[in-house]
Ligand binder design. Structure first.
Ligand code: HSE
Length: 425
């Protein structure tokens, strides 16, 4: 095998993880010959001649075979990837936002240049899910792909549920451990797993769905009352990304979900991620692995570099070979919505309401709503509103009740009335 020269962009958590995994791999023939960084004054453990602040020094270096892009800024990452491909170099990137938002263009560019872009490290850290979808499931129609795609929020939720620690404290821990994004709202508001879901939709179902078309809700509005509700019902909460094929349509979203203890995802803890695949022939498969952190993500990047060394490329088999399945948001889901006062939620958006509860310190409804309605609803942006998918969240055919009747009933209740009544329909 030829000795591979790598030009690296970024030397943060994942860049350093790559450096370490590469140096400790016993059989990898290659080395990082240049690292492009933003801040030349920052103290670093490696010799200063290894670093540069000039992008061109890597892009124009003919001795460099592969560009590895591990920076934070999605726009700058795209310009590096495009320049590298046009300069005849294959690329490895772990920037999920950049890949998700530009996948169609990146596929085109790969065709035009004949060079490859690999991005296993962008989705679920060390779980080799993209190559599994491409290579193993390339010709099997899938029914569903679902899981925990974000390590930081899973770490936070584990600590909140297992150790009863406070949200701000564990968010800080997730940042210190290098799990969270530089802007942690991307994690806690569900954007990061949405980027990953968008990428997997291409490899699992052959469709490009821009992240802006996918609904995402996060865990940043969970209140003590919601946690108590979950505990009282024997549930934990997980931030779940899922895409499902129903008939000839695919729908998908990222929403926190109440999970029962006997469900697979309940036992995925800390920064671990999990992906379940339901295939038409294989039925159910489960993949578990560390979804965040310097070494696990560095290892995924190393694996992509190694794959490039034998000219591996994604073939986007489903994208090219399948009839295009439309992505749809017109499917009902069942959600728990907690709020402070009844007028905060527009009940006419719901198809039906199954349960309502109103007390001095906790109000909620459980109802069926179309994903598209939820995505567009103004009221969901209210900081006092928290939404969690019920354990049955995606099953259809739930009860029906005239929404307008309930609306009147709820508006008659005054906050502070301390009505501890539960109506189950
Ligand atoms: N912030 C991401 C996470 C890093 O917590 O999963 C890995 O993509």
């Amino acid at each position: 095998m030829k000795n591979i020269n790598i030009g690296l962009f970024g030397f943060g958590c994942v860049g350093q993880g790559l450096y370490e995994t590469l140096n400790n791999s016993r059989n990898f023939a290659g080395e990082i010959s240049k690292i492009c960084i933003k801040n030349a004054d920052k103290k670093r453990k490696l010799p200063s001649q290894l670093f540069t602040t000039s992008k061109e020094e890597i892009i124009n270096d003919e001795a460099i075979d592969i560009v590895v892009e591990l920076i934070d800024d999605a726009d700058a990452a795209l310009s590096i990837v495009v320049a590298a491909l046009k300069a005849g170099k294959s690329v490895v990137t772990a920037n999920k936002k950049m890949v998700a938002e530009n996948l169609e263009y990146l596929v085109e560019l790969q065709q035009q240049t004949g060079k490859a872009v690999l991005y296993e490290g962008a989705v679920c850290g060390s779980i080799p899910i993209i190559r599994t979808l491409e290579e193993y499931f390339g010709h099997e129609p899938l029914n569903e792909i679902k899981g925990i795609f974000n390590g930081s929020t899973n770490y936070i939720l584990t600590k909140i549920f297992e150790e009863r620690l406070d949200y701000p404290k564990v968010l800080k821990e997730a940042q210190e451990l290098g799990f969270a994004e530089t802007d942690p709202t991307l994690d806690v508001q569900g954007f990061d797993p949405k980027f990953k879901l968008s990428i997997l939709l291409t490899h699992a179902f052959g469709i490009h769905v821009p992240p802006s078309h996918i609904t995402n809700l996060g865990i940043d509005r969970l209140k003590t009352a919601d946690l108590e509700y979950a505990r009282a019902n024997g549930h934990t909460i997980k931030l779940v990304a899922q895409a499902k094929r129903i008939g000839e349509k695919v729908f998908g979203f990222v929403i926190p979900q109440f999970v029962q203890p006997d469900q697979t995802l309940a036992n995925i803890q800390n920064e671990f991620n999990a992906v379940t695949i339901n295939g038409e022939f294989c039925d159910e498969q489960l993949f578990i692995g560390k979804g965040a952190g310097s070494l696990p993500t560095g290892a995924a990047v190393l694996s992509d570099i190694s794959a490039l060394s034998y000219d591996y490329k994604y073939e986007y088999k489903k994208h090219y070979n399948l009839g295009k399945l439309p992505f749809s948001n017109q499917s009902p889901i069942q959600v728990y919505v907690s709020y402070n006062s009844p007028e905060q939620v527009d009940l006419s958006d719901f198809e039906s309401i199954q349960e309502k509860y109103f007390s001095f310190d906790h109000c909620y409804i459980i109802g069926n709503i179309c994903i598209g309605k939820l995505q567009k609803a103004e009221w969901r942006n209210n900081q006092n509103i928290n939404i969690v998918l019920t354990p049955e969240g995606c099953q259809k055919g739930l009860g029906n009740l005239c929404v307008s009747d309930l609306k009147e009933e709820i508006s008659e209740l005054k906050k502070g009335q301390k009505i501890r009544e539960r109506i189950t329909i």
